[in-house]
Design a protein around this ligand. Structure first.
Ligand code: NAD
Length: 425
């Protein structure tokens, strides 16, 4: 097999690096010239691969699809976002499919890794390849689908260590796809009986997480009204053997908050209108506003003037310890605070300031500016904020009437001085 990986982001790069260690001549393609340039320089801004890994890898990088013409196994790992109406945007998947069509030969296999709704691989991408190449899907070339389960920032559940679901449009293709992935996945592969099963499996993994978090968020709203700390309730309930360990929080990023819409959109087009899944989405999408409103209420109760109140919002990435700001829900907190007239001071030790400015119009503050704070909202529990010898001393940063909103409930309550009010989601 000669493998070509299309799309070298959080998913595609680790996959391409792993293949390059087992399959000679593996080549990675991306349309983003800057990405190819940084990888050639041995840098991965996503932090998923180390400079040593990049330096040791025989993987080659290109922006020219013709360089992939000798490949016979294509892996497509391009983004699958939603548009402003939360409808699936298959533009990158179609574009990548068009690129592969330019170099596809008889006998080749095309495997999609992008998260999609059931049917995209066989009903959209296969026909597109047929139309552009004049070849017949299933005889001249074959399709496969293998969803990705990596978890950015997680050094334990890495590509090789997670069982990988594989599928193919017929048993021969399934064997080939299983063999290729089996060569890199030490945890083993799971052979799904069809491509649609594999597509559906991926999309429900994230839908299930989204809904479980939505339930926790709803519970935290109820318990807040009842004046009961949600975390204490969850800790008590969690002692039962079958109580699932989920926690309230902001659901951002380009997977959990997006993938459920792929499923609900496909269902709606078939005449079924999902209720539970979309209710979960609505709850989770509203949590940023709710956190800001809670901080405002607490400030009012502490007689702090809202207009001009200095509120630090710590962390802007979509999750802890990663630089990825896409679909972060933290800007919801910042925007809501601004609407009330507060002065939010956003800070993040990992996010790129320029990206934050371009994407959200938010200027990140320097650590030195975070003084005399009327409130601190710890939105993302980056390690840099939590380390014992952290340079962020919340007590020193707070004004005399300080207050801390701990979105992920990760601070030690007993270590916070009494004059600072504390609230966790
Ligand atoms: N990031 C995750 O944690 C994760 C986990 C599981 C599944 N997924 C899914 O994997 C897919 C890829 O996600 P990602 O996080 O790697 O995205 P990403 O944005 O990090 O990377 C995508 C890469 O594809 C490139 N690209 C875009 N259009 C292209 C095209 N037409 N041809 C070639 N390259 C193109 C981009 O320049 C970028 O480098 C998505 O469907 C996502 O839902 C992501």
């Amino acid at each position: 097999m000669k493998i070509g990986v299309i799309g070298l982001g959080y998913v595609g790069l680790p996959v391409a690096l792993a293949f390059s260690r087992k399959f000679e001549g593996t080549i990675g393609f991306d349309i983003h010239e800057g990405r190819i340039a940084e990888l050639r320089d041995g840098i991965d801004h996503t932090d998923e691969s180390t400079p040593e890994e990049l330096a040791e890898s025989p993987l080659s990088y290109t922006c020219a699809i013709e360089d992939l013409k000798d490949c016979n196994f294509y892996v497509i790992a391009v983004p699958t976002p939603v548009d402003s109406n939360n409808d699936p945007d298959l533009t990158p998947v179609r574009a990548a499919t068009r690129s592969v069509a330019q170099v596809l030969s008889k006998g080749d296999i095309v495997v999609f890794e992008s998260t999609v709704y059931p049917g995209v691989t066989e009903d959209i991408c296969g026909p597109l390849l047929e139309e552009l190449t004049g070849m017949t899907c299933g005889t001249d070339f074959k399709l496969g689908y293998s969803p990705e389960r990596i978890n950015p920032g997680d050094r334990e559940h890495t590509l090789e260590r997670i069982v990988k679901v594989v599928s193919g449009q017929d048993s021969e293709t399934l064997d080939a796809v299983a063999e290729v992935y089996g060569a890199i996945i030490t945890a083993g592969v799971h052979r799904a009986p069809s491509i649609k099963v594999a597509e559906a499996a991926k999309v429900i993994e994230n839908t299930q997480r989204d809904l479980n978090i939505a339930l926790m968020n709803e519970l935290s709203i109820i318990f807040d009204i009842m004046n009961i700390p949600t975390r204490d309730v969850l800790e008590a309930a969690g002692t039962k053997w079958n109580f699932l360990k989920f926690f309230p929080g902001l659901v951002g990023g380009h997977c959990i908050g997006v993938d459920p819409y792929y499923l609900t959109n496909a269902a709606e087009r078939l005449g079924y209108h999902p209720q539970v899944i979309l209710a979960g989405r609505r709850i989770n999408d509203n949590m940023g506003k709710l956190v800001a409103q809670k901080a405002i209420k607490m400030l009012i109760n502490r007689d702090v003037p809202i207009k001009g109140a200095r509120v630090a919002v710590l962390g802007i990435t979509f999750k802890e310890n990663v630089p990825d700001i896409r679909n972060s829900r933290v800007p919801d907190i910042i925007n809501e605070l601004k609407e009330y007239g507060c002065t939010p001071l956003a800070h993040d030790p990992y996010a790129c300031s320029k990206e934050v400015q371009d994407e959200y119009g938010i200027t990140l503050s320097k650590k030195e500016e975070l003084t005399e704070l009327d409130a601190i909202i710890l939105a993302v529990s980056h390690q840099a904020y939590l380390d014992e010898d952290s340079e962020f001393d919340f007590t020193k940063m707070s004004s005399s009437k300080g207050l801390i909103v701990d979105v992920k409930a990760c601070l030690n309550r007993s270590a916070i001085p009494e004059h600072i009010e504390y609230w966790a989601l």
